[in-house]
Design a protein around this ligand. Structure first.
Ligand SMILES: [Zn+2]
Length: 247
């Protein structure tokens, strides 16, 4: 009887050990695969290399943010791992903080387009500074990011602005005039008709036909082999561009 009990106990102990071993192994496998996934995800999401030998263009969107339009543009960019520059108006941020943060987190570039969308040309230096700083502070308070480039409303600037501004002033080489005609096909046609390496395309993320056009353009440019870059990236790889003034 005692011998039988001992046998039973040793069998039970064996089963317990096997169970414990299995649990340990299972845990190890799960932890490893979880660790593996966690390691892979950011790497694949972050893969973005610019090839200086391949053509590139900078898409730029002024006067936003405007959630339903800006969001569609960001979605389209995400599909091709492209970037653009958004020249934001400070006074249009309230109530649209979330989309502004999404621009910042997407790797797109945030540009200053003044606080009140005023014409800077002809303004005194202190007034200019007020407009630019107020917009920058607003953008920073929402995103924690500083703007890296400026586009003066209307593209109008003078020597006072150049002196007051401590960042590159980015104009454009292709004007889609999307705000005027608000027609998707016209915007697409104007953007593509003479497009070449180093171009900067001007659009406005305020109108639904602009979102329609951007979706087509982003796909088309990607298929044609153009890399979609920010203004700062364009300035880095195509410093000869005449549409960006750095002093
Ligand atoms: Zn504007």
């Amino acid at each position: 009887m005692v011998i039988r009990l001992k046998k039973l106990l040793s069998v039970l102990l064996g089963v317990l050990l096997i169970l414990l071993g299995s649990v340990f192994l299972l845990h190890a496998v799960c932890t490893e695969s979880r660790g593996d996934t966690a390691h892979r995800t950011p790497v694949s999401a972050a893969v973005r290399q610019i090839d200086p030998t391949r053509p590139m263009v900078a898409l730029t969107f002024d006067d936003g943010p405007y959630t339903p339009v800006t969001g569609r543009i960001l979605d389209a960019l995400q599909l091709v791992n492209g970037r653009a520059t958004f020249f934001v108006v400070g006074s249009r941020i309230d109530g649209r903080e979330e989309i502004l943060r999404r621009i910042a987190e997407s790797g797109c570039e945030l540009g200053n387009h003044t606080y009140d969308h005023v014409t800077l040309r002809g303004m005194g230096e202190s007034e200019i500074r007020k407009q630019l700083e107020k917009a920058d502070e607003k953008i920073f308070s929402v995103t924690g990011q500083k703007t890296t480039v400026l586009r003066p409303p209307g593209g109008m600037y003078d020597s006072t602005l150049s002196a007051a501004c401590n960042k590159p002033i980015a104009l454009w080489t292709i004007d889609t005039q999307d705000w005027k005609h608000q027609n998707k096909d016209t915007s697409v046609q104007r953007a593509l008709q003479d497009i070449k390496d180093g171009d900067i395309i001007l659009m406005h993320d305020l109108f639904f036909p602009t979102a329609d056009a951007a979706e087509v353009l982003i796909q088309e440019l990607n298929e044609r082999g153009f890399q979609l870059v920010t203004i700062t990236e364009l300035l880095t790889y195509r410093p000869e561009t005449e549409a960006i003034h750095t002093e």
